[in-house]
Design a protein around this ligand. Structure first.
Ligand code: 6PG
Length: 243
């Protein structure tokens, strides 16, 4: 794994860098494998990246969009991560609808929905990756409690390692989330983190020892890929001397 921590004055240069890395990953993946796969994040921080991507002229037919996690609400709900990305980006470009794989949230039982998404991933990736799918790029945010995707502190989802998708829980509300092992198969993972309320979590995540069940983002260590933490100065204060 190669680890990079980059700290930016504010959100704007952070997003410029995220765009540069995303465009580089798109170009490399399409050149090497003929397609680009990405898992998107929710939260506020990635939205301007999606808005930037909407302005690019890209080979949309070769770009395949998945999600790292989802609130268990319809896509029309303002809480929906897929709904946010659709408005900010995907509805603005000529990407074929069959290239977009939102997490399903219609089944009465979220466990069933998690299984359905796992099957969709398997059907899409299986010819290239008989064991675990490898996303070219995974975007992740960080919660002030140390969660990422919908891997919340002290929840059962953190332990799941025999499936690609599981049910997470935020304050008793179900979420769908990719599991730690599939996230760690990614070729590149990009954390986008802003705000001073993330300092404590970042301190714990980068500490030599701390409890990963309390700070789940510590579990994100790509097995054979690149990990970028893009931080603004407010979030990155504890890591300003990190090398
Ligand atoms: C959630 C949030 C969460 C979010 C992080 C970072 O579903 O609980 O969306 O997962 O990604 O809290 O959010 P910001 O990018 O808005 O700081």
């Amino acid at each position: 794994m190669s680890l990079n921590v980059e700290i930016f004055a504010d959100l704007s240069p952070l997003i410029d860098r995220a765009l540069e890395l995303t465009l580089g990953a798109i170009q490399a993946a399409i050149a090497q494998r003929g397609r680009f796969t990405i898992a998107l994040a929710g939260g506020n921080t990635p939205q301007p990246l999606y808005e930037q991507l909407a302005t690019q002229d890209l080979p949309w037919q070769d770009i395949f969009i998945f999600w790292g996690d989802e609130r268990y609400v319809p896509m029309s709900d303002p809480q929906s991560n897929a709904g946010m990305a659709a408005k900010a980006w995907l509805n603005q470009v000529n990407i074929p609808p069959e290239n977009i794989f939102p997490m399903p949230t219609q089944a009465p039982d979220p466990q069933e929905a998690a299984q359905t998404y796992a099957q969709q991933l398997q059907a899409f990736f299986r010819p290239d990756a008989p064991e675990w799918p490898r996303f070219d790029l995974v975007l992740l945010g960080l919660g002030s409690d140390g969660h990422t995707a919908s891997l919340f502190p002290h929840t059962a989802a953190l332990q799941v390692c025999d499936r690609t998708v599981t049910v997470g829980s935020k304050e008793g509300q179900p979420r769908l989330t990719l599991t730690v092992p599939i996230l760690n198969e990614a070729r590149c993972i990009l954390f986008l983190v802003t705000g001073a309320n993330k300092q404590e979590a970042l301190t714990q995540i980068f500490a030599e020892q701390s409890d990963a069940t309390q700070f789940p983002a510590r579990l994100i260590q790509p097995r054979d890929g690149q990990l970028f933490w893009l931080l603004d100065t407010a979030a990155g204060e504890p890591l300003k001397n990190y090398r």
